[in-house]
Design a binder for this molecule. Structure first.
Ligand SMILES: [Zn+2]
Length: 339
C-alpha cells in the first residue's frame, strides 16, 4: 500500500512508498481506508525525532485520521461497524484495565501512548486500529471537520471541561486562529462564555464568533483589563508556551483558571507563587480528551463547529505539508488527502 514512512528520525528521511505492508487486523480490529488526515505539530515532533520512543521502525506517522471501513475483525458485531461506514480514529493506545482507564481517562492510560507515535499512524492508504478506537460519523458531517475531531477539536473541548467554564465567564484564548484555538473559540461560545481571542485575524471574530479580539500582542493584559472592567479573565487557554506566559498569567483573575495543552514556543516558565495563591488561581494541564468527550463531539458538532482549512496536500507531498505547519502565512488548518 502507499504510505509515508521513515526509518530514522528527520524530515529528510520521510519517504512516500507504494510498497508499505498493508496492516493486518486481528479479531477485534478494524481496517480503515484513510480518506483525510489532519496535520498537527505532534506529527512533526514524531518525524523530526523531538518525540522519543517511536515504534515500530520503519514508522508511518499520522495522529489524526478519518476514512471508510474496509474490513472488520471476525469478533466485531456488524450492527456496530461494517464495511463502508464513515469513521474517525480516536488516537490513543490504552489498556482499558489500569486505574486511569477504569476512571474513564484512557487518554492518560499508565501503559498507553499515541497512535502514530507508538504504533503506525494514518499517513497511509490503510490503518488498522482496535474497534474501541473507531467512531462512526454522521452522514451530514463533512470530511474536513471529521478529520479534525480526534485532535484539533477534542483537545480544546477536554481543556474547557477541565477548566469548569461557566456561563458568562470570560475566556481568553491565545493563538485563537490556530488549529485548536479556532475550536476553543466556538466551543467557548457554545458553553455560554464571553470569548476574548488573541489573534491578528479578523475572521476569528467575524466568522467564528469571538466576542472580542486582541491583536496587539504587547498589550494583552491591559486589553483584558479593559474588556472585563478590571475583573480579568476567568479562564485563560494558552498552549503557546513561554513566549506568552507572562501576559497570559497576568491576565488571570481572582479564582481564575490557567490551562495549557501544549507549549509550542518552549515549556520553562517563571512562576510568581504569591500571585498564584493570593488570587486562588488554578494552573491546569490538559492532554487529549476522553472517548466520551469524542463521542459527544461526534454527536453534536456537524452543524455546530467548523474548521478553517488553509491548504490540502496530497500524500505524495507529505513533507511540504509538515513544513507548512510552521509557515509564517499559515491561515487555518493543513489537511492531507490520502485517498
Ligand atoms: Zn490504562
Amino acid at each position: 500500500m502507499k504510505a509515508a514512512v521513515f526509518e530514522k528520525p528527520g524530515l529528510e528521511n520521510l519517504k512516500v512508498t507504494d510498497n508499505a505492508e498493508q496492516p493486518k487486523i486481528s479479531d477485534h480490529d478494524i481496517l480503515i481506508k484513510v480518506k483525510l488526515a489532519g496535520i498537527n505539530p505532534i506529527d512533526h515532533f514524531v518525524v523530526s525525532g523531538a518525540l522519543p520512543k517511536i515504534h515500530p521502525l520503519p514508522h508511518i506517522p499520522g495522529a489524526e485520521s478519518s476514512g471508510i471501513i474496509e474490513q472488520v475483525g471476525s469478533h466485531i458485531n456488524n450492527e456496530n461497524f461494517k464495511k463502508g461506514d464513515r469513521v474517525i480514529v480516536h488516537n490513543k493506545v490504552f489498556d482499558g484495565t489500569c486505574d486511569l482507564c477504569l476512571g474513564g481517562l484512557d487518554m492518560i492510560c499508565r501503559n498507553g501512548g499515541l497512535i502514530g507515535a507508538i504504533t503506525n499512524g494514518g499517513f497511509a492508504e490503510y490503518i488498522s486500529v482496535p474497534e474501541r478506537n473507531v467512531f462512526k460519523i454522521p452522514d451530514d458531517m463533512d470530511w474536513d471537520l471529521a478529520a479534525s475531531l480526534p485532535v484539533t477539536c477534542l483537545t480544546p473541548y477536554h481543556a474547557l471541561n477541565e477548566s469548569s467554564v461557566k456561563v458568562n465567564e470570560y475566556i481568553l484564548v491565545f493563538g485563537a486562529s490556530g488549529n485548536t484555538g479556532m475550536i476553543a473559540v466556538q466551543l467557548g461560545k457554545k458553553m455560554g462564555a464571553n470569548v476574548i481571542a488573541v489573534s491578528k485575524d479578523d475572521w476569528i471574530k467575524i466568522d467564528f464568533g469571538a466576542d472580542y479580539i486582541i491583536s496587539d500582542y504587547d498589550r494583552v493584559t491591559e486589553k483584558v483589563k479593559e474588556i472585563t472592567k478590571g475583573k480579568m479573565a476567568d479562564v485563560v487557554m494558552n498552549s503557546l508556551g513561554v513566549n506568552t506566559w507572562n501576559s497570559s498569567f497576568e491576565s488571570v483573575g481572582i479564582m481564575g483558571r490557567w490551562i495549557a495543552f501544549g507549549g509550542l514556543t518552549g515549556a520553562d516558565v517563571k512562576l510568581n507563587v504569591q500571585s498564584l495563591y493570593s488570587k486562588q488561581i488554578k494552573l491546569i494541564g490538559s492532554t487529549g480528551g476522553t472517548r466520551k468527550e469524542l463521542q459527544e463531539l461526534v454527536n453534536t458538532s456537524s452543524k455546530q463547529l467548523k474548521v478553517r482549512v488553509w491548504k490540502k496536500f496530497k500524500l505524495d507531498n507529505i513533507k511540504e505539508a509538515l513544513e507548512a505547519l510552521f509557515a509564517k502565512d499559515r491561515d487555518g488548518r493543513i489537511l492531507l488527502e490520502v485517498a
